[in-house]
Design a protein around this ligand. Structure first.
Ligand SMILES: [Zn+2]
Length: 498
């Protein structure tokens, strides 16, 4: 695989475009985050998810040269949102508009290059959700039943007794009282899909990653599935999509929101576009495992659509061993991180936190240490040192074609972001080692130029590897290192204030 790393990115796009007209078909790649509820500011857990998705999208687009759709958006229906809007004395649509704006603001804050931003209050999405409902209904998978439920507004989920903690409360929202409700709702025949789900898991052992989450969801489905309620009375909960043919009910928020993964692709109207990109890769937090890996998959089977390609589950982030919470005053927000480290470094620090899928712990001290060691003294330092030597040497350095190391591409193809980050940092250490072993500063003339030429090529390879994780930094390094005369540069990662 060759990457023509051209440094004028506009030019590079032209090159790739010409290159592609020679190919009959470009590979298609579709990745999506979950849609966060618009009832709070974007938090660091979602920042981690969206940066990971952005990194995968850029890898597929800029390195593998595929045609990429990267979807994110906001989940805007449900009781929790309606209540919050009422508490704020705001019209619900105005309220969700403001929050959607904040989430789309992550684009600038974290340099997220998504192609699609879907809002579940979008009219096209509403029509798609209703069409999806009709297909499941036509399949005989939707029926009406009286029932009594314990409901956690925090999760917007019905809770079985086995889901509750020792005090009979939601473990994720121990401060919220569960609501006991009795009403006539529509149900989805989830139980009908137990065998289909288990068969799919068995034949696709990496359908859910990490492996521990694959095991967890398999065990959950194997225990037996209960049909779940997919509607609410509109008299009690007016903020939702009307059930087709029954104005007294609105769709349960999950049933509506999950359909975004395909409505964003133009389903059901633009079948050709939809089929070109679906199935896709879905990222989600571990509190979303059942909805993504089981409920949504059963819904797809019911509507006679293919299962998702892959579900990537990320862990929770704690601060110094404690759950992040406003009351503890230990919240580390994406915007605070950007204030301290800048957008580029924040992306890198989030991706460096640990293996995707495990729970992670952060502190400002740890983040500072990583920033200083891997960015200021690592990538930043090696790029400055070599540039300074090249300036002093004064030669013209040849811009050869470079390739991203295969092991780096392999790691990202397997969604092993942690390994990809490690490969980058090891590559930096290798350049440092090359410099200290060969000591170009002690050489002169052609000897020195040859050593620097090799160093320049390695730094350009490093820049190519940085494209998915720190696209702006990659470009700065590339811009400098493809000039006819390389000159010393300002620090890429300035020292942190004491
Ligand atoms: Zn809850």
């Amino acid at each position: 695989m060759h990457l023509f790393f051209n440094y004028d990115w506009a030019l590079e796009k032209t090159v790739i475009l010409q290159y592609n007209t020679r190919r009959t078909m470009k590979e298609k790649y579709y990745i999506t985050t979950t849609l966060p509820y618009v009832n709070a500011e974007p938090h660091i857990g979602f920042a981690l998810e969206i940066v990971a998705a952005d990194m995968m999208a850029r890898f597929h687009r800029d390195i593998l040269n595929e045609e990429v759709i990267f979807n994110t958006g906001t989940d805007e229906h449900g009781q929790k949102i309606h209540q919050k809007a009422e508490e704020a004395g705001a019209d619900t649509q105005v309220y969700v508009d403001e929050y959607a704006e904040k989430f789309s603001g992550l684009r600038d804050l974290l340099r997220i290059d998504y192609t699609h931003f879907i809002r579940t209050t979008n009219p096209e999405h509403k029509k798609a959700a209703q069409e999806f409902w009709k297909r499941c209904e036509a399949k005989g998978d939707i029926y009406k039943k009286m029932y009594k439920l314990s409901y956690c507004i925090g999760c917007e989920l019905e809770k079985q007794s086995s889901d509750l903690d020792e005090n009979g409360r939601c473990p994720l929202h121990p401060n919220k009282d569960l609501e006991i409700r009795e009403e006539e709702n529509y149900f989805f025949a989830f139980s009908k899909y137990q065998d289909a789900l288990l068969a799919h898991y068995a034949t696709h052992p990496d359908f859910v990653e990490p492996e521990s989450k694959m095991k967890e969801i398999t065990a959950f489905v194997a225990r037996g599935l209960k049909d779940f309620s997919i509607s609410r009375l509109s008299s009690k909960m007016p903020w939702g999509i009307p059930v087709p043919g029954d104005e007294e009910h609105v769709m349960y928020v999950w049933f509506d929101a999950l359909v975004n993964y395909i409505s964003t692709l133009g389903w059901p109207n633009d079948t050709q576009h939809f089929e070109a990109y679906w199935p896709g890769v879905q990222l989600a937090g571990k509190d979303n495992l059942r909805q993504q890996a089981a409920m949504w998959q059963a819904m797809l089977a019911s509507a006679e659509l293919p299962f998702s390609k892959k579900i990537l589950i990320n862990g929770f982030i704690s601060v110094d061993g404690q759950k992040m919470s406003k009351s503890l005053g230990n919240v580390i927000s994406p915007s605070e991180m950007v204030n301290r480290y800048g957008s580029e470094a924040t992306r890198f620090l989030l991706m460096e936190l640990g293996p995707f899928g495990t729970d992670m712990d952060v502190t400002w001290e740890k983040l500072d240490t990583t920033y200083t060691a891997l960015l200021s003294n690592g990538i930043g330092n090696v790029c400055s040192r070599v540039a300074k030597m090249c300036e002093k040497n004064g030669s013209e350095f040849i811009v050869n074609e470079i390739e991203v190391p295969q092991e780096y591409s392999t790691a990202l193809s397997k969604y092993d972001i942690s390994r990809a980050i490690r490969i980058i940092t090891e590559y930096v250490s290798d350049i440092d080692l090359y410099l200290s072993e060969n000591q170009p500063w002690t050489k002169t003339g052609d000897d020195q130029t040859a050593l620097l030429q090799t160093s320049v090529e390695r730094i350009r390879t490093l820049a190519a590897m940085l494209v998915p994780v720190m696209p702006g930094t990659a470009q700065s390094i590339s811009d400098l290192y493809t000039q006819t005369h390389i000159v010393a540069l300002d620090p890429l990662f300035p020292r942190l204030p004491k």
